[in-house]
Design a binder for this molecule. Sequence first.
Ligand SMILES: [Zn+2]
Length: 266
Amino acid sequence: MKRLLLILLLAVCGTCSTNKTTGRRQLLVFSPGHMNKLGVEAYAQMTGPGSKAKVMTDRRFTDPLQRVGKALAAAANRPDYKWEFRVIDDKTVNAWALPGGKIAFYTGIYPVLQDEGGMAIVMGHEIMHAILQHGNERMSQGTVAQLGLEVANVSLKNNQYRGPILSALGAGAQYGLILPYSRKHESEADRYGLMLAARAGYDPEAAIGVWQRMAALSEGKRPPVLLSTHPDPLQRIENMKRWMPEAKRLYERARVKHRAIPLPTR
Ligand SMILES: [Zn+2]
């Protein structure tokens, strides 16, 4: 049993790598090729023919997303990503990114974004989730946590406290490992997304308004910060203000400056 645990630990450490953008060590068990394939499949399932999603073709909605998406993708300069941007007709206030660069925005988020400047902030956030391989990291952590639980399950076979120990380990994997990392992911996507939007020529100041409007929406039904996968909206705004001087410098150096063209509403 001990040998199995050792092999597991070695395998895990062998797949740790330091992310060039963040300087943070990440556990990445899956290859980029595998993740891209999963991304393409999930995108087809979630937004393709036969899916429940109403993918919009109305250019009043799709043109702004294509414009902002392409500008930020160009600034990100990652030709290994096959970026795609789709608008889904749904009143949910949401946007998401899949591994490999498959992105969707719901029409419900348009009023919160207000204009292409606001859209660039959330686009930066989504693009950075993909570039920083957060999907791969989450899947890797889940896989390793599951393996760890199985190892513990076998090694505690004759232990009278097996039940309580296992449930404590399970809760530990959930609250100690997985949730803090997803908050870390949100904060990383916020920070590097802000810098990306600024480099692409969008005024980073728009971020404050976007997250303030987002905070106003979640008022009253905000889950306690410790158990939430999303950072406290007010904490988020504080962070944005802290990162703003650096983002402003990048924005000033950007070759093109984009206007904040108003977005359509449903
Ligand atoms: Zn996010």
